[in-house]
Design a protein around this ligand. Structure first.
Ligand SMILES: [Fe+2]
Ligand SMILES: [Fe+2]
Length: 190
């Protein structure tokens, strides 16, 4: 499917606000891909499709994920919103014909992050956090870091996300902790 056709199909599935966000992530991911010598087409597509399942009603996320054979852990069971990246990757495959493992993995990791992230995974995670529609406190600092050092920006984004969850007594997905630990351990080796 061509990108223009994908745009039209994504527009049908999301609210205008989420569609604008998806375009913002796609364009931001493309810019980061140019900067960090990653595949720009894959970045554009993963950015556009990353939130395909974000507006699936909360009570449908778990049964729809299970219908696709997704293995659900305790944290995802308790916070079904965490299933939207996994279900989104399945929809990208089933409805958009995306079979590229790198694009699908970037979609899967866009909310929790995880261990052994590729450059594309980091770009999509960060593009979701810093696209132009985002306006939370500290976003400009992460935007600046993302122009220079993906790991530094990712660490700041993970810290921000973990801090947000801790303050609200929220559950933290183990993949998020694993991603953060991995960056910190890598830094200590330097
Ligand atoms: Fe999302
Ligand atoms: Fe998003």
């Amino acid at each position: 499917m061509k990108y223009a056709k994908m745009l039209a199909e994504v527009a049908k599935r999301l609210s205008s606000k989420r569609f604008s966000h998806s375009i913002g992530v796609s364009e931001t991911a493309e810019c980061l891909a140019v900067r960090f010598h990653c595949d720009t087409e894959k970045a554009k597509i993963a950015g556009l499709l990353h939130d395909l399942a974000r507006e699936v009603p909360m009570n449908e996320l778990l049964p729809r994920a299970q219908a696709f054979g997704i293995v659900v852990n305790d944290i995802e069971q308790a916070e079904p919103i965490l299933l939207h990246p996994l279900l989104g990757a399945k929809l990208a495959q089933a409805e958009f014909g995306i079979d590229d493992a790198e694009i699908l993995q970037a979609i899967i990791l866009h909310t929790t992050a995880g261990e052994s992230m590729t450059i594309l995974d980091k770009i999509i995670y960060l593009a979701d956090v810093i696209e132009p529609g985002r306006g939370f406190k500290g976003v400009d600092s992460i935007r600046e870091m993302a122009q220079v050092d993906l790991d530094k920006a990712l660490l700041a984004a993970l810290d921000q996300s973990i801090d947000y969850l801790v303050k609200r007594c929220g559950l933290i997905h183990p993949a998020t902790i694993a991603a953060r630990n991995e960056i910190l351990l890598k830094k200590r080796e330097c």
